[in-house]
Design a protein around this ligand. Structure first.
Ligand SMILES: [Mg+2]
Length: 93
């Protein structure tokens, strides 16, 4: 998945509904994903249901990246990956 592939649709969604509404939508989609994962653990939904909620969250995350700036988010991801490598004992890889 590449931001460039979806930038046009992200921009259109943000222009149609506005930044604040999209932040609210991100919160709602995250809550739905949390519920779906919880229900999967109870065998009340399928993995497909979780995948669909994850897709919703990824689309909202893409809009967040578009709004916050790809470089800003990439730097944060790089920092988190470096910390994860340390935790996994793979800091030199
Ligand atoms: Mg959803």
């Amino acid at each position: 998945m590449n931001l460039d592939d979806y930038a046009v649709i992200y921009k259109a969604a943000i222009e149609k509904w506005g930044r604040e509404a999209q932040f609210d939508q991100l919160v709602e989609e995250c809550a739905e994903l949390i519920a779906a994962v919880h229900h999967l653990r109870r065998e009340k939904v399928t993995e497909q249901a979780v995948a669909e909620e994850l897709a919703d969250v990824l689309l909202m995350a893409g809009q967040m990246i578009y709004m916050l700036g790809e470089d800003t988010v990439q730097k944060a991801v790089d920092t988190k990956i470096a910390k994860l490598k340390i935790l996994l004992g793979q800091a030199n890889t």
